[in-house]
Design a protein around this ligand. Sequence first.
Ligand SMILES: *[C@@H]1O[C@H](CO)[C@@H](O)[C@H](O)[C@H]1NC(C)=O
Ligand SMILES: *[C@@H]1O[C@H](CO)[C@@H](O)[C@H](O)[C@H]1NC(C)=O
Ligand SMILES: *[C@@H]1O[C@H](CO)[C@@H](O)[C@H](O)[C@H]1NC(C)=O
Ligand SMILES: *[C@@H]1O[C@H](CO)[C@@H](O)[C@H](O)[C@H]1NC(C)=O
Ligand SMILES: *[C@@H]1O[C@H](CO)[C@@H](O)[C@H](O)[C@H]1NC(C)=O
Ligand SMILES: *[C@@H]1O[C@H](CO)[C@@H](O)[C@H](O)[C@H]1NC(C)=O
Ligand SMILES: *[C@@H]1O[C@H](CO)[C@@H](O)[C@H](O)[C@H]1NC(C)=O
Ligand SMILES: *[C@@H]1O[C@H](CO)[C@@H](O)[C@H](O)[C@H]1NC(C)=O
Length: 325
Amino acid sequence: MRRASLLLLLLSSSMSVILQLAAAGANGEDAAALLAFKAAAVDGNGVLASWNASAGPCSWEGVRCSRHQRVVALSLPSHGLSGTLSPAVGNLSSLRTLDLSLNELHGDIPGSLGTLDLSVNTFSGELPGNLTSCTSLQYLVLGSNKLTGRIPAELGDTLTRLQWLGLDNNSFTGFVPASLGNLTSLQALNLGMNMLEGTLPQELGSNMPQLLSLDICANNLHGALPSSLYNLSSLQIFDVGNNKLHGSIPADIGEKFPRLEIFVLINNSFSGEIPSSQSNPTNLSYLDLSENGFSGLVPRDLGRLNALQGLDLDHNMLEAGVTEG
Ligand SMILES: *[C@@H]1O[C@H](CO)[C@@H](O)[C@H](O)[C@H]1NC(C)=O
Ligand SMILES: *[C@@H]1O[C@H](CO)[C@@H](O)[C@H](O)[C@H]1NC(C)=O
Ligand SMILES: *[C@@H]1O[C@H](CO)[C@@H](O)[C@H](O)[C@H]1NC(C)=O
Ligand SMILES: *[C@@H]1O[C@H](CO)[C@@H](O)[C@H](O)[C@H]1NC(C)=O
Ligand SMILES: *[C@@H]1O[C@H](CO)[C@@H](O)[C@H](O)[C@H]1NC(C)=O
Ligand SMILES: *[C@@H]1O[C@H](CO)[C@@H](O)[C@H](O)[C@H]1NC(C)=O
Ligand SMILES: *[C@@H]1O[C@H](CO)[C@@H](O)[C@H](O)[C@H]1NC(C)=O
Ligand SMILES: *[C@@H]1O[C@H](CO)[C@@H](O)[C@H](O)[C@H]1NC(C)=O
């Protein structure tokens, strides 16, 4: 009995030595990848000064490790970093969060990265189709860069765990891929301020039960909104302004989007009446239907919405039914 437990003890302690050795090796690879990141970046503010051999990478500024001493997060938003992003970051095999937003990094986005927030940099070029090999990606946030080309259709077929897709304020062209309709875990789909064209695919929305934010504003999208969009019952933010969309608001909009907070149709060709159910969502705080072809009476109850902070119905063919202000 005693022998057996001694053996077990020996076994388990040598196991843990092996595990520690493995972790130390992987930790060394993490350090090498981070040093390659440091070498490619230009660190005007000296935020990477602590990234030196006097201590391991887990104590470096902006780095967070797991209890196995593997780098799981690299988070340096708004730290004045410029230069380029080293593809070696793709070697951080345990990385779950990469937040380099609000810096001035430029150049291409390496095709091998993990969880990404690279918004507000000056990355340019096309979004690599092979980003799609990062199948565990949950946040892909590339807003306010200078990315061009099409949104790769592969995104929707492989990044099935994606919760956040932020490609807004870039120069993407072409259609919104139908495959995005397969991103069933999505909470935010932000494609606004690009040069996307065509109609929205019928697939969009029919299977996105968790979507909170849909932003496709300021593109060149035309046609009617697919009826599947009105299946997004969790939706809080709906912004399709500044496109060439037409059609009418469904009479039961209030029941379709009970959680609605922001609803923006500005500068399209929507027409018909504003349904009275538009005043049902109790948290509606901003409603902008201006510069469309709406007609008829303004529902009286709109003015009674408690949360309402902004209401713009200008430049339609509406008759007064509510006192303005
Ligand atoms: C990244 O991994 C590749 C392939 O394993 C290797 O060749 C390269 O040296 C690594 N780069 C760094 C900076 O660790
Ligand atoms: C190395 O990093 C440590 C903090 O981890 C810092 O105190 C030290 O000044 C750094 N050394 C150099 C040469 O920058
Ligand atoms: C992605 O594609 C580019 C060019 O096609 C290639 O150089 C790179 O190695 C690929 N990366 C991965 C992770 O497959
Ligand atoms: C769009 O991105 C540019 C940088 O490319 C930035 O200067 C600008 O503030 C962004 N606009 C918005 C509305 O986010
Ligand atoms: C969505 O996924 C299903 C199952 O993987 C696939 O058959 C279908 O083609 C995909 N739809 C689009 C539009 O990519
Ligand atoms: C709305 O969702 C239901 C199930 O959640 C589905 O059966 C229906 O086809 C969807 N409608 C549209 C227009 O996508
Ligand atoms: C209205 O939207 C179109 C795109 O459909 C855009 O070109 C135009 O600048 C917008 N007008 C205003 C005043 O923003
Ligand atoms: C309205 O907002 C409050 C506070 O954020 C929230 O608790 C409530 O669930 C919201 N109601 C709806 C219908 O979304």
